[in-house]
Design a binder for this molecule. Sequence first.
Ligand code: C2E
Ligand code: CA
Ligand code: CA
Ligand code: CA
Length: 277
Amino acid sequence: AKKVGIGQAVTFSDAMICSLRERVSMLSSLKQDLDRHRLYLVYQPQIHLKSGQLIGVEALVRWMDESGQMISPAVFIELAEQSGLIVKLGEWVLRRALYDCAELCRTRPGFRVAVNVSPLQFQQLDFVDQVKAGLHEQGLEGQHLDLEITESVSMSYAEETIEKFNALRALGVTISIDDFGTGFSSLSYLERLHVDCLKIDRSFVDKLTTSTSGYRIAQTILTLGQRLNMRVLAEGIETDAQLNELVKLNCDEGQGYLIARPMKIDALHEWIAVHAE
Ligand code: C2E
Ligand code: CA
Ligand code: CA
Ligand code: CA
């Protein structure tokens, strides 16, 4: 990590734009494009692995900059997180996702959208109010919303986090731990938080059929989820072999390129008409 500006730590990974000047200019175009509604969401179906039934979708944000270049969310989400812009960006994602969800609910009443929530966004004092307002605006019950949170969020600020989780649960909103297995969770804490779902990180699904350790980690997460009464969803399913193995391991839910790629809302409506009726 390098120190930049007033004590702000910035980590440079290979995938990232390395010069500070480029980062500053990227941030200012991101701000502008957010204001001009140039960002958009794509949705990836989440299904019941055994029945193939559609459960809902995960919303993923996309940004094409002014020159027409797609910027990876891995890059701009991190930039937004470090600059604080993520609060506004995350709020936009939530409202947009709920708007699209409400439309989908007209033909599929049980439909659910999963929205990624970054640590800084979750820590906002009015986060729960934001969620409430977003649901209310669309006339949606909380059951239609799942929030994907990483282990780092769930582990910090214990008391506030528990209060927020409880308030969200009271609304009917469910909570999933994203990228499960890559961070550090205390198991007793997981139970106290009443997490609804563990998402097995893609890296383990990737190794499921090729390495013993990958297989055992996936198996362990599934057992843990079953014992603690949580749903388990496997992400990044790319092959039939992985899918078959997950079904054998009694994994309930999954998503991945094998099932469907993330797609724009119009394509999603078509996908649902073809695959999910
Ligand atoms: P994530 O939440 O773990 O999302 C899953 C990523 O895996 C997505 O990448 C998705 O497109 C990709 N993926 C899905 N299925 C497969 C597969 O079968 N194989 C492979 N190789 N990849 C698959 P994406 O859209 O580039 O997003 C990257 C990360 O950026 C996300 O990881 C999430 O952490 C973050 N992100 C994306 N949208 C948002 C958002 O609206 N808010 C926040 N806070 N973070 C977001
Ligand atoms: Ca996610
Ligand atoms: Ca994930
Ligand atoms: Ca991830």
